[in-house]
Design a binder for this molecule. Sequence first.
Ligand SMILES: Cc1ncc(COP(=O)(O)O)c(C=O)c1O
Length: 393
Amino acid sequence: MQIYLDYSATTPPRLEVMAKVGEILRCQWGNPSSLHTWGQRTATILETARYQVASLINAPNVNSIIFTSGGTEANNLALWGIAKQYLIPQHLIISSVEHSAISETAELLNQRGWQVTILPVDYQGRVNPLDLKESIRPNTVLISTIYGQSEVGTIQPIRELAKIARSHGVLFHTDAVQVAGRLPIDVQHLGIDLLSLSGHKIYGIQGAGALYVRSGVEISPLLGGGGQERGLRSGTQAVPAIAGLGVAAELAASEMDWEIPRLTMLRDRLFELMTDCPYLTPTGDRLYRLPHHVSFVLTNPSSNDNQKRITGKTIVRQLNLAGIGISAGSACHSGKLNPSPILLAMGYSKTEGLGGIRLTLGREVILEDIEWTAMVLKQILNRLLQPLVFVKH
Ligand SMILES: Cc1ncc(COP(=O)(O)O)c(C=O)c1O
């Protein structure tokens, strides 16, 4: 039995997406910038995808969608694209629970003289809008906060944050990679200026994402070249992946009405099944939460010795042996296991920061998978963490 529960890492491409990708590779492989029939046929595919993605987030203008290689590039384009508009470094605000595509970019900007404020979060991972209000300075030009946190599932009060930004005349970007296609997004209602999304998180294929740039917002390109994507992202577009993103976006929009309550029910059932397990504590916000996202920290590490400690990675490996794919929250850089910066920012200890696990659900997951996973996970935890009791005869 194989159960994939890592839909926040990537999703299996849908059949409809694969069919579209195959068709383009076979018959519509022209360069969309070419003026001849082959090129123009492909250009039409590109524009259809642009319309499909714009519709997913209710963007008023299809030209506000700039295709990129994925969420990472969209996030980089948002931050660098705004920063490059200024000759003198300014002030940027991000949260302390950003994906590294934002936090590392902010760090690089800081090294180039930009002032960067990193907003704190509460124990559930939520930014307090009052903190944002107080952090805005006369030279603040951009605020970027993640929409749905990938590691702990928490959803930020994006409309409130965007409203504060707009009332101060500051641009607002959100990394919506975990939200787009999973929850309805209306960029106009939310008052968002820039938004990142990614195709492979919504059953598209890897290699395509998009940055929404509200009409009137000026950004600079990162790449010099042929001037594709309104001059904001040079390079021949990855049309098969982009068309796949378009198909995935349209399907996601049409299926959300039943997929959100279905996933929410499975998510809550998994949390419920794990409540009697003494070794796990749920992380993230239970109310403001991605519908497909379940996460915990290990609360009972077996040993103070770092070499022997049971970490989130241990659980990932054990579950993998049982045919179940999940992920750990902590990052492993150059062989050294580091506590998750997200859990640390939320107030967890360094030890707890090594014990994050995340189980993310998707279209193919059914109730039996959840029940089986809960049973196997409990068995693994009991085996690894239950104290041994020696009975003297
Ligand atoms: C919140 C968030 N932002 C950005 C990314 C990066 O997206 P991509 O893999 O498309 O570059 C991810 C990927 O996990 C993510 O979860």
